[in-house]
Design a protein around this ligand. Structure first.
Ligand SMILES: NC(=O)c1ccc[n+]([C@@H]2O[C@H](COP(=O)([O-])OP(=O)(O)OC[C@H]3O[C@@H](n4cnc5c(N)ncnc54)[C@H](OP(=O)(O)O)[C@@H]3O)[C@@H](O)[C@H]2O)c1
Length: 331
């Protein structure tokens, strides 16, 4: 496993992080605690030392399972944990963004309890709360960092302007946007911005919600509230075009490097200069391919072959915007 040191924080994290949204169950058709804990242990056994979670992932469930799994783990050092703040579900009327001091202070207490810890290694503002100045949220994050409750501060799903405003009030160590072979919006602005400002990119959705796992097919049914029932990439006729592109990428990965599409997709992210990629899993066997990601690299011809496949096969590309929670603004 390769590692990456985040700025001056002293955090030396594995370049693959385990994402635990699905482990929370909400928007993924439910969860099983024992299987989830075994998945986290399988990741730690494989050398992954960074687990990403959030309070909203199952309204506390994911954080609780992560806290329990880490406490139960006897195989080595305690991993680093990243969690998030500012999504509020407490008024019983869906989810809204809330970056107020009151909400953040309440959430940090709750997260520490669930994670069974007295500090948080990486704390992200999950989505910007545009109903108040970004600086207001940033000032609370600075306070938590100064009190050493939070070791590194991050933002997720922010624009450049929002990061500029945030940095007026608080040091910014990380940024968590979406990024994978099919979702490359950050290449135009967020990625160069973070590189210029020494903000570590820890990108999410490495497998594009399973499309790049090598196991996705037309026959796959998504249970209950699984977000893929509403994900535009998973609706026909688009779904077929993404499956066809994935098949071609799978063949390319096999022919040129004899690796799976899953390993290829993670390696592709690193070849693009991203330091840390989050891979979501919820079954121990899903974590097994991690060894295949390290120890090789891609040539430029392969990177452009991927671009050609996308241009040739996907007529109507679509991004991950459907995931954004309501802004609370009347537009
Ligand atoms: N900051 C944000 O706003 C934000 C947003 C989204 C995600 N995230 C973070 O990023 C993480 C990763 O994103 P993501 O969960 O959307 O997804 P992802 O990594 O693109 O895809 C994860 C899904 O792919 C499937 N999968 C994983 N390994 C597999 C394997 N070996 N074989 C077959 N299928 C496999 C699983 O789906 P099935 O089990 O259903 O097959 C898994 O739930 C999240 O868990 C979360 O921590 C953050």
């Amino acid at each position: 496993m390769q590692h990456y040191t985040i700025g001056d924080t002293g955090l030396e994290v594995s370049r693959v992080a385990l994402g635990t949204w699905a482990i929370g169950g909400w928007m993924w058709g439910g969860t099983e605690e024992r299987k989830s804990i075994d998945t986290i242990h399988a990741a730690l056994d494989k050398g992954i030392n960074l687990i990403d979670t959030a309070p909203v992932y199952g309204f506390g469930t994911s954080e609780e399972i992560v806290g329990k799994a880490v406490e139960e783990y006897s195989g080595g050092k305690r991993p680093y944990l990243s969690t998030k703040v500012t999504l509020d579900w407490t008024d019983g009327d869906g989810i809204r963004r809330n970056g107020s001091r009151e909400r953040i202070m309440r959430e940090v207490e709750d997260s520490l309890k669930r994670l069974r810890s007295d500090s948080i290694d990486i704390y992200y503002v999950h989505w910007p709360d545009c109903t108040r100045p970004i600086e207001e949220t940033a000032a609370v994050m600075r306070e938590l960092h100064e009190k050493k409750i939070v070791r590194a501060v991050g933002v997720s799903n922010f624009t450049q302007d929002q990061m500029n405003a945030f940095q007026k009030e608080c040091p910014l160590h990380l940024c968590q946007p979406p990024y994978n072979i099919f979702e490359r919006g950050i290449e135009a602005d967020i990625k160069p911005y973070c590189e210029r400002h020494n903000i570590a990119l820890m990108t999410y959705g490495a497998l594009c919600r399973g499309l790049l796992s090598g196991k996705m097919s037309q026959e796959r049914e998504f249970e209950g509230d699984d977000l893929r029932n509403n994900d535009p990439k998973f609706q026909q006729p688009r779904f077929d075009s993404y499956l066809e592109a994935a098949k071609k990428i799978e063949n390319l990965a096999k022919k040129r490097f004899d690796v799976s599409i899953l390993a290829f997709s993670l390696r592709w992210i690193f070849e693009k200069g991203i330091p840390i990629a989050i891979w979501g899993g919820r079954k121990p066997e899903q974590i097994q391919p991690v060894d295949e990601i390290m120890g090789w690299s891609m040539d430029l011809a392969t990177l452009s072959a991927v671009d050609s496949i996308l241009a040739e096969v996907i007529e109507k590309p679509v991004g991950p915007e459907f995931m954004a929670p309501p802004t609370g603004l009347v537009s």
